[in-house]
Design a binder for this molecule. Structure first.
Ligand SMILES: Cc1cc2nc3c(=O)[nH]c(=O)nc-3n(C[C@H](O)[C@H](O)[C@H](O)COP(=O)(O)OP(=O)(O)OC[C@H]3O[C@@H](n4cnc5c(N)ncnc54)[C@H](O)[C@@H]3O)c2cc1C
Length: 267
């Protein structure tokens, strides 16, 4: 379709009004604009979130609240979110990260969505504005089912993981600026040498980021050793639905998953 209007509202509520009328939401446009330029946009109107007041990043009392229109660069620059920097550095290029937003990262199809994998591991909450008002939803639900008609994600909230419990690893064809073969993000706590809690999210191994619940179950009460993590990686095969693309085959993704789970969790 050919775009006939681009709206740049100054509030989330105004963005919802346009979205409810069928305009396509645009954060940074790094995914939207190529589709617009190729004539593959699903709508004739765009609604940009750039001036809707959704770009703030706050960290207070151990909780981060990140506006959906905050750029990936802004998130990476925030001193309270330095644990996310290694993950953000693996996403595209600095130019893209200056443009790409947190909200947009939740809705891109695989093999992208690396920050979304982190947000799933953090068990983040999405704040959503819609024609019927505001609501909160777990990021897991938004990744699984999207948002309703006319709804816009306005922010994500997550508790900070605390020192020593956050793990991230992205396997790529190149060292930087390449799509995921496997992305692993995890919050894992240990006491007396065994795992007491783990929340593991995987990217690149299913059409959307998924929790490795089988691996989480297997790790509980066990030490974080090479052998236990290999077992957990094998168990995680029950949680994935890998695919072929230009970067790797489904077979390869499944085969190397235990290796990358181990690399993520072993210091
Ligand atoms: C060359 C290149 C390399 C890339 N590499 C990576 C990578 O390594 N890792 C990675 O994760 N991604 C990658 N991406 C994908 C993309 O740039 C990022 O995922 C980015 O975060 C998308 O954000 P955006 O704001 O540009 O999304 P947009 O293009 O603005 O939007 C993407 C989708 O999200 C919807 N959307 C946006 N904001 C909201 C909102 N607040 N509420 C509801 N719906 C919304 C839009 O309607 C659209 O469907 C790459 C893209 C390119 C072009």
């Amino acid at each position: 379709m050919v775009i006939q209007a681009v709206h740049v509202p100054e509030s989330a509520e105004a963005a919802v009004t346009y979205s409810a009328r069928g305009a396509w939401i645009m954060g940074g446009g790094t995914v939207v604009m190529p589709l617009v330029n190729s004539g593959a946009a699903p709508a004739t109107e765009l609604v940009s979130l750039r001036r809707a007041g959704l770009g703030g990043v706050e960290v207070r009392d151990g909780v981060a609240r990140i506006g959906a229109a905050a750029t990936l660069a802004a998130v990476g620059e925030h001193p309270g979110l330095s644990f996310l920097r290694p993950a953000l550095r693996t996403i595209a290029s600095p130019t893209l990260r200056n443009q790409a937003t947190v909200g947009g990262n939740l809705f891109v199809a695989q093999p992208y969505g690396d920050l979304a994998v982190c947000l799933l591991a953090l068990d983040a909450t999405c704040e959503i504005a819609g024609p019927d008002g505001r609501r909160d939803a777990p990021v897991a639900d938004v990744l699984a089912s999207g948002v309703g008609s006319g709804e816009v994600v306005v922010a994500v909230r997550a508790a900070l993981p605390g020192p020593g419990v956050w793990h991230y690893h992205k396997a790529m064809r190149r060292r930087l600026n390449s799509a995921a073969i496997v992305t692993v993000a995890a919050v894992t706590r240990t006491a007396d040498g065994v795992v007491t809690f783990s929340r593991i999210a995987l990217g690149g191994v299913a059409p959307r980021p998924v929790r490795a619940v089988s691996a989480e179950r297997l790790l509980r009460g066990r030490p974080l050793t090479h052998d236990v993590l290999t077992e957990a990686g094998e168990a995680a095969h029950g949680d994935i639905d890998p695919f072929d693309d230009a970067y790797a085959s489904a077979w390869y993704r499944a085969r190397v998953l235990p290796v990358h789970l181990r690399r993520a969790l072993l210091p």
